[in-house]
Design a protein around this ligand. Sequence first.
Ligand code: A4P
Ligand code: MG
Length: 201
Amino acid sequence: MTQDAYIAIGSNLGDRAAYLRQAVRSLDAAGGNNVTACSPVYETEALVLDDAPQPPYLNAVVRLSTMLSPTSLLMLCHEIELAAGRIRDGRRWAPRTLDLDILLLGSLSVSTPVLTIPHRELVNRRFVLKPLSDIAPDLLLPDPINKAVADALADCADSHDLRPYDNIFAANPSEPAPAPFPRNEATPFDTFDFNARHDIL
Ligand code: A4P
Ligand code: MG
């Protein structure tokens, strides 16, 4: 059985559009996954934790039909970030070639030391809620949010500007779709019975 996952994609280093396109191809190519919707892309000023300026981000959200368990989906996201040359130096919110955040996975609420679903910043960020609302305005956000995406966007206090960017996900006959990043086939992926009870919940 598949579930819809919603993944936020961001990049503020290097060829941002290329990283976003290749990330979408890589999510689609792995483990029986299927990307079924891509939001418009927005350019957004970087939200930072200190005074050091950062380049602006490209942000988007995709819907992914998946059978992967929450943990396997997180592993896949980390693998794709690594393949995109992301360097984790321990600093939170540091500039990055690619960031993949799991916003939602079916109607699951997950809270473990390494994974929180719905994503803990989901309702605080316009650069996440706007593209999510573009593709799923009526989707009900699960516990502890419990409201529709469009209502969460209307209630969001974040007033940062979102600049519509080129439609980089549209098929372009003069430019072939990028190949997915090479997969590490040794990574064991689990599928997940979303109807069963799990101790991860
Ligand atoms: N983690 C827990 N829950 C999740 C989840 N639902 N999806 C854990 C993905 N990861 C999740 O993330 C730290 C750890 O969060 C992961 O190892 C995972 O176990 P990270 O990607 O290593 O580090 P980070 O991204 O710097 O930290 P964090 O807190 O995840 O930051 P965010 O929320 O990703 O924000 N400004 C603009 N304009 N646009 C952006 O996209 N993004 C960020 C990063 C900051 N400023 C931004 C943007
Ligand atoms: Mg992150």
